[in-house]
Design a protein around this ligand. Structure first.
Ligand code: ZN
Ligand code: ZN
Ligand code: ZN
Length: 148
């Protein structure tokens, strides 16, 4: 079952033998409040704003542990690795190398590309793990306009 609340996640961590300190509870609560992508540095800033003295390394270690127990999954975006709820990780990231904007492609939309790659020696791509970089529509328009 997918842990949905802070209490659920704390139960999962306890089952994996982790001692639940007040710091770790605050970290988990902040993660569960975050919608969409969870940037480790932004998370550290928010947790430390609420509970000064929490070590950044404790925060990063908690993220790693939450990934090991299947609550979170990471993806590599333009600005580094970010986390999602594992259940929300099934999409392909498109990041603009010019302005840094991010867009998503659903697995359904990416299926034609996945099948194309699979036909090549049966390779099974995981397109969700690394972002595809390129130019967003606005930047593409702007950059082609200035080069002509
Ligand atoms: Zn994402
Ligand atoms: Zn990775
Ligand atoms: Zn752009």
């Amino acid at each position: 079952m997918e842990p949905k609340t802070t209490a659920d996640v704390i139960t999962v961590l306890r089952e994996h033998g982790l001692r639940m300190t007040p710091q770790r509870r605050a970290i988990v609560a902040e993660i569960m409040r975050t919608q969409g992508h969870i940037s480790p540095t932004a998370l550290a800033r928010r947790v430390q704003g609420e509970m000064p003295g929490v070590n950044a390394s404790t925060i990063y270690r908690t993220l790693t542990t939450l990934e090991e127990v299947g609550v979170l999954a990471h993806a590599h975006l333009e600005g580094g690795a970010e986390y999602h709820r594992a259940a929300e990780a099934g999409h392909v990231h498109l990041t603009c190398s010019n302005c840094g904007s991010e867009d998503d492609l659903s697995i359904d939309e990416a299926n034609a590309m996945i099948e194309l790659i699979e036909r090549h020696h049966g390779f099974q791509p995981d397109l969700t793990h690394f972002a595809i970089s390129g130019l967003c529509a606005d930047c593409a328009k702007e950059l082609t306009a200035t080069t002509h």
